[in-house]
Write a protein that binds this ligand. Structure first.
Ligand SMILES: *Cc1c(COP(=O)(O)O)cnc(C)c1O
Length: 357
């Protein structure tokens, strides 16, 4: 079986260091926040080029608390994309604000910046681009338009650890940037965890208050566990090499599949793609997925429906056809296995199986 991810193999490679780190936390008695979380905040923040980082319990919390820290709530609008993991949009809804969606660009698969300015209204407070599949959104025009209208920018970087935009790491580009360390992400905990990084000291302070029962409405328990921070500290120094390996695997797939009828992922000129997902496009999505499954190759769809098409988000009141690029992608997208421990041999095996279909 070739699975889409293999977490135990990453653990095996780092077993001694991870076991030591976990043991250190267990012996310390500091299980929530504390020195391990502070150390990871500082190390991860540095890797993004930001002075401030706040350790949280998930990427979803990171987006939610970022919005609250900016004072966003009922009556406000936040511009984002319909093609993302639903957390991006549910976090906006949780504040009482309204998500205002614009379509994605067919090449980058991230926010179509040509649609941004028209979506700005009197109520718009923030723009929330998603660095989808590890490809950064086109941040320069997003930041320029946002500045012109006095909007804040929150990066959803939950799929983009290690990605760069024009050579700068994602995470330091917007006012606030949100990361998830869910086990399937490019930098992953052994459980749930998340983080907000920012260059703005007062926003970082606001999020610190919100994560532990501060006086503000919406504050609660959003704290990072110390064991997760200790494990992430072991893994962070490997992120660069893992990203390089992901890029190499992507280049192998692209080479082996280039003369097929499949659509292959594009790396934009501005982008240092982190290849969280290697997304191919096929008009035979279901048949290809099923056929590979029978050969023992696990291929997932991210995502079978854009968020506005999903039943629980029909209340957003968008219609079929409102976001043609996103809706089309949902019918064609397939994610090939990609993770740093995947062998060259397996990559060739997957590509060969696809070519023979
Ligand atoms: C994973 C993910 C999230 C949510 O992160 P969790 O840690 O699972 O809460 C948000 N946005 C995107 C784009 C994601 O991929």
């Amino acid at each position: 079986m070739i699975s889409s991810i293999d977490l135990p193999s990453q653990y095996s490679g780092l077993k001694n260091e991870i076991d030591t780190a976990v043991g250190r936390v267990l012996k310390s008695g500091r299980y929530v926040l504390g020195p391990e979380v502070e150390a990871f905040e500082s190390e991860f923040g540095s890797s993004c080029g930001t002075d401030h980082a706040v350790g949280l319990n998930s990427g979803t919390s990171a987006i939610y608390l970022s919005l609250l820290a900016l004072g966003i709530g009922p009556g406000d609008e936040v511009i984002t994309v319909p093609y993302t993991f639903e957390a991006t949009i549910s976090a906006i809804l949780a504040t009482g604000a309204t998500p205002r969606l614009i379509d994605i660009d067919p090449q980058s698969l991230t926010m179509d910046v040509t649609l941004l300015e028209n979506a700005v209204t009197q109520r718009t407070k923030a723009v929330l681009p998603v660095h989808l599949f590890g490809q950064p959104a086109d941040m320069d025009p997003i930041l320029a338009i946002s500045r012109r209208y006095g909007l804040n920018v929150i990066e959803d970087a939950c799929q983009a650890h290690g990605a760069t935009y024009k050579g700068t790491p994602v995470g330091g580009l917007g006012d606030l940037s949100c990361f998830s360390f869910y086990p399937s992400k490019n930098l992953s905990a052994c459980g749930d965890a998340g983080m907000v990084v920012t260059k703005n000291a007062s926003l970082a302070d606001a999020i610190r208050h919100l994560r532990t029962w501060g006086p503000e409405q919406g504050s609660g328990n959003y704290r990072m566990a110390a064991i997760q921070a200790a494990i992430l500290r072991v893994k962070l120094p490997h992120l660069k090499a893992w990203t390089t390996r992901r890029r190499f695997i992507a280049s192998q797939y692209t080479e082996l599949l280039k003369d097929t009828a499949l659509g292959l992922p594009l790396t934009m000129a501005y982008s240092g793609h982190a290849f969280h997902i290697y997304a191919i496009r096929s008009s035979q999505q279901a048949a290809l997925q099923e056929n590979l499954r029978t050969q023992g190759i696990e291929v997932s769809v991210h995502y079978p429906q854009a968020v506005h098409q999903q039943k629980k988000y029909l209340g957003l009141n968008y219609q079929p056809g409102d976001f043609p690029v996103a809706e089309q992608l949902a019918t064609e997208q397939l994610s090939l296995p990609i993770y740093p421990e995947l062998s060259d041999e397996t990559v060739t095996k997957v590509a060969t199986a696809i070519r023979q279909l």
